[in-house]
Design a protein around this ligand. Structure first.
Ligand code: TRP
Length: 450
């Protein structure tokens, strides 16, 4: 069998993992949820969800992936031969491909918006913004072309391999991404009237924090850390044996959180400064921000055009580094389990996700009348994945690492043969074995029945 690729250094591991974690989830989902569920109160719950529930799942996935040294299916097969666990592995190959298909549609929107801002369409004297978003997503060809470009870019990076493609791309883009978002925060909080946006983010409002809000915080932590679908497992299988899994987990969680909060401070103060209602929800980034750029463009057009370009470039880059991690799960499976050459594996996954993505894209327009369980195709797939497959996958991964693998194996992997993190192991193991699975069940059931 051919030699498996590795990430070259700890920095590379964290950049790749953070690249997967930081994406559309941080930029549009997090800021809007913070507003919806009680500002700083939500952030506190989110912190708890991240560190007490999501991080143990992250560790469970890393331990399985690095121990199994294979794709999700192969790792399960190797660690629990002949059991039904490999079907869990297979399920977690399928779900990221489904996520990729609709994620790529939204990624396509960011491609379109980047082109528009490069053409000064949001800031020119006769900027055409009114109703643009609605017209764009409900049209047939434009969003499909943008989706095709996005998934094509993703495929091109994955095609170059783990080290040359994924590692090189994330190592360069992630630091740039941080700089871009810091620039945006400075611009945003410098605007007159932005203090209200800052207050919106930092003032706790516990009355808005319902059981639904707690479940939403957990769901957001899962989605944001790319958990429950084998992304972390697959990336961990490329982590060298002497790398410290504690560092990569904590490093990823902290950068993801930090980035989400920065994104909140880049967006909300500008929204308030422009006097726009913050409750726009998912449409916030694509519907509301062009208005802001436009309004500010009245004073200094070139500056506002530049900010628009930086903004959509940031979203596009963040979305790309996440999309490659979803594609890699399926590519690793096809090439390692089925012996399909990498090039062809990339082609198959791309074609599949592209086709499903087209249906998702059309579900905003000509196919908007097609409903599955009361949702459009896009919403159905998003709900299926975020609300069901992610928590289910995370739950099963903790059961596998906590109950199916032997304690000695988990200890060996987490502590690199007893040389690192030995004292912390007891706590982490408790979280993986008891706290995380029970916590997921409780939150999941209460969201279902409350
Ligand atoms: N975490 C990414 C975001 O915040 C999205 C993502 C990448 C993802 N890989 C994933 C979500 C796997 C769920 C599962 O946008």
């Amino acid at each position: 069998m051919r030699e498996r690729d590795h990430f070259g250094s700890r920095f590379a591991v964290i950049m790749a993992m953070a690249g997967s974690a930081i994406g559309l989830g941080n930029i549009w989902r997090f800021p809007y949820m913070v507003g919806e569920y009680g500002g700083a109160a939500f952030i506190v719950v989110y912190l708890l969800a991240c560190f007490a529930l999501a991080l143990p799942i992250f560790f469970a996935e890393s331990v399985i992936g690095r121990r199994g040294r294979s794709d999700t299916f192969g790792s399960m097969q190797k660690l629990a031969p002949g059991t039904g666990w490999r079907w869990v592995g297979l399920l977690t190959v399928l779900s990221p491909i489904i996520i990729l298909s609709y994620y790529s549609v939204v990624g396509g929107w960011s491609v379109e918006y980047l082109f528009k801002s490069l053409a000064f369409d949001f800031t020119g004297p006769e900027a055409q913004i009114e109703g643009f978003f609605g017209r764009f997503i409900s049209s047939v060809w434009e969003p499909i072309v943008a989706h095709t470009l996005f998934i094509g870019l993703t495929a091109a990076i994955v095609l170059c391999g783990v080290k040359k493609g994924i590692e090189t791309f994330t190592k360069i883009t992630m630091p740039v991404l941080f700089v871009l978002v810091v620039v945006l925060v400075c611009y945003s909080v410098s605007l007159p009237g932005s203090e209200k946006g800052v207050a919106y983010l930092v003032k706790p409002n516990f009355s808005k924090l319902t059981a639904e809000g707690v479940a939403a915080a957990l769901g957001q932590a899962f989605f944001s850390l790319s958990l429950g679908v084998g992304t972390v497992l697959t990336y961990s299988s490329y982590v060298k044996a002497d790398e410290n899994l504690l560092y990569s987990g904590v490093g990823t969680a902290v950068s993801d959180l930090f980035f989400a909060i920065l994104a909140g401070f880049a967006i909300m103060p500008a929204v308030f400064a422009a006097g726009i209602a913050p409750g726009a929800g998912p449409g916030l980034v694509f519907e509301t921000l062009p208005f802001i750029f436009n309004r500010m463009g009245v004073a200094i057009p070139w500056l506002s055009a530049l900010v628009a370009i930086v903004f959509f470039l940031t979203i596009l880059t963040a979305a790309l580094t996440s999309a490659i991690s979803m594609m890699e799960v399926g590519v690793a499976y096809l090439s390692e389990e089925k012996g399909v050459p990498r090039t062809r594996a990339v082609l198959y996954i791309t074609l599949f996700a592209w086709t499903v993505g087209i249906l998702c894209s059309l579900s905003f327009g000509p196919l908007s009348h097609v409903h599955l369980l009361g949702c459009t195709i896009f919403d159905f797939l998003d709900k299926l994945c975020s609300n069901w497959l992610l928590p289910l996958g995370g739950f099963l991964f903790t059961l596998f690492a906590g109950w199916k693998m032997s304690r000695a194996d988990v200890f060996d992997e987490f502590t690199n043969g007893g040389t690192r993190n030995v004292r912390l192991f007891g706590v982490v193991y408790f979280l993986i074995r008891y706290f995380a699975p029970v916590g997921i069940l409780v939150v999941f059931l209460s969201a279902l029945f409350l």
